[in-house]
Design a protein around this ligand. Structure first.
Ligand code: HAM
Length: 434
């Protein structure tokens, strides 16, 4: 006789914890694949049109790279790096941005011998421990362009144009460039001092963060969003009045170039950027509907020296891909793709199912994308999936067709069907797809 179940045996098994992604880090789901495919398609096409080579650097980098490159007193290095010690004792970080990594790679592999200037692009995830909010994630993706090894303003112009081509290809409207110069080693120290002089007896009116910025990085006092600090800044000296002749000429040339190209720009004397490696031109891209930048960049002539190389004038930009998707949604621009139509393969019966993998492979080898739902038994259920996938054509392969070496081609819009012999299958499909 079976024993009666005890109370203990009846108990349901302990619940398994339902895991969630780490705060501020999102999954990119299949439903969003059109957005990301579009971004990659546009990104590669724009990068190629502008003659940039692809570069991919590791996601983990030595912490010191960003401490030196981006700057000890920046928000990124002070507060936002995901860092940890490896088992071997090295301090590494999840990269918070791509520019310092590209320069590290440039110096490590002497990429100046490959091309001069070197024009490279990259894309991938970046990591910053920030407070997640609209337009701000802890893992986000950038598409970056860098031109390493030339100080000519024509390259500042090229970088701005590459970024604008990206937005234009996506059909984003009213993208504006905010632009400024933050001077160089010659003129910036003088301006920095003027700024400190101005704020010196107004320090008690600054917000807490700005009190610290006053000591460590006074230029950043200018881009604080706190009302009190914004009010104070109205009478602060602006750098444009302190630029040396060379920086002045450089800025003038960049502005002439972007004017010649009909670019919608706005000089912004308060734009200083949050990374220390910049000098001269800095810029950010905006649309009117949101107050965060869709992309940003500038010149970083001294970064190579900071990382142990020789002086290597350079300029670059990085575009925030999640922010671009958001901006497109706000402007009601759907993802546009030159997606290949895929055909749907339905098979019923064991013999047909067995043979169908080979037939699908034949189609795929002829560059025809094939979808299927072979796990579903009935033809009706399989064709329902074909409808859902919006396939223009379905191939129907049953026992009879398998026996006769034929297949039915069905136009999913009109419902018209035709039987074709298997050894003409690829030609017949191609004929109907074009
Ligand atoms: P950045 O301004 O720190 O510059 O970032 C560039 C862009 O990445 C921003 O304009 C924004 O679109 C996006 N972004 C930044 N942080 C986040 C975040 N937490 N969540 C979502 N999107 C974000 C740089 O990274 C420089 N490396 C750009 C550069 C390239 N300069 C010269 N070359």
């Amino acid at each position: 006789m079976p024993k009666e179940k005890t109370k203990k045996q009846k108990k349901s098994p302990p619940k398994v914890q339902a895991f969630q992604s780490v705060k501020g880090m999102a999954d990119i789901l299949p439903k969003d694949q059109n957005w990301w495919r579009m971004l990659r398609q546009v990104g590669f096409s724009v990068s190629e049109l502008h003659d940039f080579y692809f570069i991919e650097t590791p996601i983990l980098e030595p912490a010191g790279l960003f401490e030196a490159g981006v700057g000890q007193s920046t928000d990124i290095v002070e507060k936002q790096m995901y860092s940890f010690k490896t088992k071997g004792g090295d301090l590494v970080v999840l990269r918070p941005e791509g520019t310092a990594s590209v320069m590290r790679s440039y110096l490590e592999h002497h990429l100046g011998y490959f091309a001069s200037p070197l024009k490279v692009f990259y894309y991938g995830p970046m990591f910053r421990y920030e407070k997640p909010q609209a337009g701000r994630e802890r893992q986000f993706h950038q598409w970056g362009f860098e031109i390493v090894g030339d100080g000519d303003p024509v390259y500042d112009g090229q970088i701005i144009l590459a970024a604008l081509s990206f937005y234009k290809a996506l059909k984003l409207k009213n993208v504006k460039v905010k632009i400024n110069s933050i001077g160089c080693r010659v003129c910036r120290p003088n301006y920095r001092q003027r700024l400190k002089d101005y704020y010196n007896n107004r320090r008690d009116k600054l917000c807490r963060d700005c009190k610290e910025r006053y000591e460590k990085n006074p230029l950043r006092l200018l881009d604080c969003k706190e009302a009190g600090c914004v009010e104070l800044r109205a009478k602060a000296p602006i750098i444009l009045d302190y630029l040396c002749q060379n920086c002045n000429n450089h800025l003038k040339s960049v502005l002439e170039l972007i004017e010649d190209n009909g670019i919608n720009y706005e000089p912004d004397p308060y734009l200083v950027r949050g990374l220390d490696y910049y000098n001269r031109t800095v810029f950010e891209f905006y649309i009117p509907e949101v107050d965060y930048a869709l992309g940003a960049g500038g010149r970083y002539d001294y970064l190579s020296e900071i990382l142990g190389g020789r002086l290597m004038p350079s300029v670059g930009v990085a575009l925030g891909l999640e922010r671009i998707i958001e901006a497109m949604k706000i402007q009601e621009i759907p993802p546009h793709l030159k997606a290949k139509p895929k055909i749907f393969f339905a098979a019923v019966g064991d013999k047909a199912k067995k043979a169908s993998l080979k037939l699908m492979q034949e189609l795929r080898e002829s560059n025809i994308a094939v979808a299927e739902a072979l796990g579903k038994k009935s033809l009706k259920a399989q064709l329902k999936s074909a409808d859902k996938q919006k396939a223009p054509l379905a191939m129907i392969f049953g026992q009879k067709e398998a026996f006769e070496s034929t297949v039915i081609v069905r136009d999913m819009r009109s419902g018209a069907q035709e039987t074709v012999v298997l050894n003409r299958m690829v030609e017949e499909v191609k004929k109907r797809l074009h």
